[in-house]
Every structure is written in C-alpha cells, then in structure tokens.
Design a protein around this ligand. Sequence first.
Ligand code: SF4
Length: 302
Amino acid sequence: MKIVYSLQPSSFCFGVEKSILGLATIIKNHPGEQIYCIHALVHNPKVTASFEKMGVHFIESLDEITDPNAIIVFSAHGTDRTIIQQAKEKGKEVYNLECPFVSKIYTEADLFIDKWIATFFYIGKEHHQEGKNVIAYIRSKGAKVYVFQTAEEIPEIPPETEIAVLSQTTLNFEYVQEILQQIQQRYPHAHLPAHSDVCKATCERQSVILQNLDKFQTFIVIWGKESSNTRQLYEIGKRNDKQTFYGESFDDIIQHPHDELLAHETVAVTGWASTPQEDIQKVVDFFVTNGYKEEILNLKKS
Ligand code: SF4
C-alpha cells in the first residue's frame, strides 16, 4: 500500500506562534501607526508577506528608521540587548518578540558575564540572525567568543581556561551533545548548559524523523530558505539515504518531475517550525490524489 506520512510535530512551534500573535496584537493596538520589524519576524516569506500587507515595514537596521513615533518590533530570533536599548531611545515604543528559548541564552550569557567569565564558546552560525546577535551582545560586554559548528573545530586554547559554552537553539541536537561531551573532556573548567541550548521544538522535529526512518523511502521538507534549522531536517534525510526533496512551498515541490516524487511507496512530509501547516498539507494532499493513504506519525515520548 502507498502511504504518505505526516510527521508530527511539524509546522509552527510555540515560539513562532507567540511571535506571530504578538505582532498581530501590536498592529491591533497601534492603528494607523508606522510599525517597523527588525529582520523577518520568523523565517517564512509567506508570514512576512502577510504582515507587509497589514502595513508592517521589515528592515534590517535601526538606521533605516527616521520617524520618532516609530513602533519598533524585534523578531523571534532575538536581539543584541544594546540594540534594544538604542531602539528605546529612537522610537515611540519597542516590543521584543523573541522566543523564550532564545531569551534563555541571553540570561545564561548574563549569568556567566556576572561571574566574570571572559571566554565563551558559541556552537552555531556566526551569520545566522540568532547567533549574530548573541555573539555581538557577549562581545559588547568585553568577552572573547569563539564560534564554531563541529567537534573538529573546537578551539585549541589553554586547557585550564574557564569557558562558558552556549549554542544556537536550532542545531542538530545529537551533534551538539557530541560537541559538548568533547568540550567537557578537553576543558575541565568549562560551564556547559544542562541539556544544551537546542530548543524543545527542534529536538522534537528531529526526533520524530529519527524514530521513523524505517517507515519511509522518500522524505519531503518544506522550509523557508533562510531557516538554517530546517536544513537540519533535510540533512537527516540525506544522511540516511532517503530520496529527499525540499522547497519553500507546494509550488517548489511540484516543480520536481512527478515520476521522481512518486517513485516510492512510502513518503514522509514535514515542515519546520516557521512553515505554515497549509503548505505542508498541500504536499500531503498531492500524494493522496495520487493514490497514497495519509497517516499521521506522532513523536513517541521517551
Ligand atoms: S524553533 Fe525553537 S527557538 Fe526557534 S522559535 Fe521555535 S521554539 Fe523558539
């Protein structure tokens, strides 16, 4: 029997929903006012376009704002606290819609800085919106930050150094655990996060794929191209020899030759935490109209 599995959880996570609801409320509470969101609220172009239609201006820097009555909003990815302070001096009102899992990293950074720890290891991407801001914030406090993404890149510094270790929320949690273990072995004075900083939504979306690898041959991921975290899902598929497709929407997926999309009897479809459910469902429906039976695969809690 041909089956298309809808992996759960997928689509919007708690942090994305909270940010979207937050911006919708700000729009309602500030009718007719100029609202500026620094960076995409979440990494999904559809979400950005729908807020643009409601009048929100998406910009990358405070320098682009000249209106003293501007309502300034910071995205789900988190923002360097020094920039939030500058925004308060520049606009009429400021809202920080960052995800609480990202806020936790700033709290950890502050705790380490308060303990005078001057060396940080940051596992993540230097140019991703989340990492860029966390790194800039820690450097603004005078600490040194080493940024890397793999165990091979763990910096060589004197082993007695007291180090604080943080990571991006949306990495592959298995890789991060492995890197943390290696840091612990090499740097006995390192302060590691208790369960890594990879967020619950990321762990769950990766786990449901790993738990069900034996059930499907084709794997489809719907993502926003800027979403580094969706890439983790895609890479899990590739690493496990699945025929893997990705795209920002149903329209992207359907560009692939249909004989390739329909080549296997079992297909799994997922989307990232910033992917609207309707985009995922459209892909599932495509397989249903081609004779596949839809089934939901839920995360098994350990
Ligand atoms: S993926 Fe994780 S860190 Fe990002 S918004 Fe969702 S819950 Fe927050």
